[in-house]
Design a binder for this molecule. Structure first.
Ligand SMILES: *Cc1c(COP(=O)(O)O)cnc(C)c1O
Length: 355
């Protein structure tokens, strides 16, 4: 692999107010880029000023969507360290997504070096403020100018950085969700287990419809029988039923979330029973009837833990936890964010120190 080339921006941008960041609206001064060709493999890694890129209108990504992406965050801890959270998991998943989309895999150490150098250069973009972080978005696109349906012979890998605010400006609070019966996000043999744009393209209509009806997220059911729970919005989903925590097993149509994995590991370490299996909507309705559906929450890098306060399924409206954030949801949120921000002991070795 060629050595990393760095070109610094001569024109630094003004930074946004840390109190008004929102999510994914601002981008730092630099970006990482690397090219792939059949002859050279992945080559020419560089860090350069953030800005538009030129692509041929016939670039394959525009026509057939051959693309994968990742999402992770960098934090500044109380003692000033720069850290990532379990980046090895994201790099491994990126390559699993590549495999599914017929995109050539990336040497994890090369990409991690690119990401860490980029973050060091743009470290002043890590926003101050307890709940803020620098979101990291690596992605790969098919760039070959060709309208044939096949794997591209050239690709571009890029990493961009976005300072983001708390997902919950007024503190963590439960959301109402709509159980989707008409559309599906993924199905057996599809790309549900890959982090790829087309899964999202297929989900936007359902998400917009749910928003129109006053729900903040869609709960996806399986694409074969529309019977079993899969994910909520762009998050994995968990239910606490009569003291036991259950989450859909990784069946091939569900994304293997890093936060999901972390939640399962923490629950096990606390001696709380947790099982990964099929979860039928009927089972949740039955548990709710008996007063045993104690908590429900989504998990993902952006929100960490997103409590579910109610679920609308056909004519049924299930209220969970009386509109309050459950005790376990809160404990998981506090523990994971505490580890990420260096306030809690990292006994599981999840913090990755950059500087
Ligand atoms: C990224 C993503 C998640 C969450 O994964 P994390 O690694 O926890 O951020 C869950 N579901 C989908 C569909 C995703 O794209």
């Amino acid at each position: 692999m060629d050595s990393l080339h760095i070109e610094l921006s001569q024109n630094l941008k003004q930074k946004p107010e840390p109190s008004a960041l929102g999510f994914g609206q601002y981008f730092s001064d630099h970006m990482f880029m690397m090219e792939y060709s059949l002859e050279k493999g992945w080559h020419d890694p560089k860090i350069m000023p953030y800005g538009p890129i030129a692509l041929d209108p016939s670039a394959m990504v525009f026509h057939y969507g051959q693309e994968v992406f990742e999402g992770m965050k960098a934090y500044r801890t109380a003692i000033g360290e720069l850290v990532l959270f379990r980046p090895d998991m994201n790099l491994k998943r990126l390559n699993e997504s590549c495999e599914r989309l017929s995109i050539p895999q990336v040497e994890p150490s090369t990409l991690l070096q690119g990401i860490t150098e980029l973050i060091k250069i743009d470290a002043s973009w890590i926003p101050s403020g307890e709940e803020n972080a620098l979101y990291i978005r690596p992605f790969i696109i098919a760039t070959e100018p060709c309208l044939g349906v096949r794997a591209s012979h050239t690709y571009k890998l890029m990493v961009i950085l976005s300072p983001v605010g708390s997902y919950y400006p007024e503190g963590i609070h439960p959301v109402s969700i709509y159980v989707e019966q008409r559309y599906v996000r993924a199905f057996r043999g599809g790309t549900g287990a890959a982090k790829t744009a087309s899964n999202y393209a297929a989900s936007i209509k359902a998400q917009e419809d749910a928003k129109q009806s006053g729900y903040s997220q869609v709960l996806w059911l399986d694409g074969v029988e529309s019977k079993y729970v899969e994910e909520v919005g762009s998050m994995n989903v968990f239910f606490k039923v009569n003291g036991e925590v259950i989450t859909p097993a990784l069946s091939g149509s569900i994304l293997a979330g890093v936060t999901r994995d972390s939640v399962i590991a923490l629950l096990k370490s606390w001696g709380i029973p947790v099982s990964e299996r099929k979860v039928a909507m009927e089972e949740l309705v039955e548990a709710h009837k008996q007063g045993l559906l104690e908590e429900a929450f989504g998990t993902g890098t952006a929100a960490v833990i997103s409590p579910i306060g109610s679920m609308k399924w056909g004519e049924l409206e299930l209220s969970i936890g009386g509109g309050k954030t459950g005790k376990l949801s809160k404990k998981l949120y506090d523990t994971i964010t505490g580890i990420q921000r260096g306030q809690l002991d990292d006994s599981l070795g999840w913090r990755y120190r950059i500087e």
